[in-house]
Ligand binder design. Structure first.
Ligand code: GUN
Length: 286
């Protein structure tokens, strides 16, 4: 069994980003900038936003964290986004989710300039991914793809099963796997005989937010098991996969924490660098 070490893989990608940021500064006098907006006091969101800010500092990306009170109105948030859309120092914009219930999340995400949408949640970027034009792609599923690539796991012709159909992970994950020529199924809460579908998978991605949901009877011996879940149980982080028992069956597996999580943050920086180049009209390789 191969343990897929997210921290190690993220460090490799991060070095590439540091090099890219330095090159952009030296050759074009530009520092990529990321703005993260957080509305309210959700404790998990605060932790995630803090990590994003720290990762910017570590890679030389300019970072602005905009903290707004929970009672911020939709109109106020929309006008904050208008300012950031026009701010030349800011190349990437992320609105931390979930937003307070009185705010219409769709309306907010639609307001982000698509070429600054480092989350890849704007309908234009979602549509582009659906037709195989990968521009700004959601960070977590893109991180899973990078992890598989760097670990030398090929997707061509493989059976891939994604558990979960969220817009943040499940659906973009399925599209990315499909565009790499995997044969893809998406399972969800209404799927009949979910365990049997999962047992077909050479690559099984769990993204349903249910602690320890995936058990060994759902895993083909030797399968690659990717756990996107972050669940808090008794103040401990656990994934969607019952790691202790599934690792005995899997060919490779990601731990929680230390698996997909570190990739998500690094892919946000990757997208910020990519967005900056898009805005400057530079090819991605520069
Ligand atoms: N909250 C949990 N995951 C995410 C994410 O990928 N992006 C944003 N903006 N908020 C999140």
């Amino acid at each position: 069994m191969q343990l897929l070490d997210g921290n190690k893989i993220a460090a490799t990608i991060k070095q590439g980003i540091v090099d890219g940021v330095n090159a952009l500064r030296e050759e074009h006098g530009i520092t990529p900038g990321l703005a993260v907006i957080i509305v309210g006091e959700d404790p998990a969101s605060k932790v995630y936003v803090g990590r994003k800010h720290k990762a910017c500092e570590e890679t030389g990306v300019y970072s602005e964290v905009i903290k707004l009170p929970a009672e911020t109105t939709e109109e106020e948030l929309l006008s904050t986004l208008d300012c950031l859309n026009q701010n030349d120092k800011i190349n990437g914009i992320l609105v931390q989710l979930p937003l307070p219930k009185h705010i219409n999340t769709e309306r907010i995400l639609d307001q982000i300039r698509p070429d600054k949408d480092v989350d890849g949640f704007h309908p234009l970027n979602v549509g582009n991914l659906g037709i195989g034009r990968e521009g700004l792609v959601p960070c977590t599923p893109n991180g899973v793809i990078k992890m598989l690539e760097i670990s030398g796991i090929s997707l061509e012709g493989k059976r891939a099963v994604v558990i979960g159909r969220s817009n943040i992970v499940g659906k973009p994950m399925a599209n990315l796997l499909l565009s790499r020529n995997a044969t893809v199924n998406i399972c969800h809460s209404r799927t009949k005989d979910l365990a049997a579908v999962c047992r077909e998978a050479d690559i099984l991605v769990a993204a349903i937010g249910k602690p320890n949901f995936v058990t060994p009877d759902m895993v083909k011996p030797g399968a690659i098991v990717i756990d996107v879940g972050i669940n808090r149980v008794d103040n401990k982080l656990v994934g969607d996969v019952d790691f202790g028992s599934v690792k005995e069956v899997a060919g490779a597996i990601t731990p929680v924490p230390g698996g997909v999580g570190p990739l998500t943050i690094v892919m946000l920086l990757f997208n910020t660098l990519k967005a900056t180049k898009l805005q400057l009209g530079l090819p991605e390789s520069c």
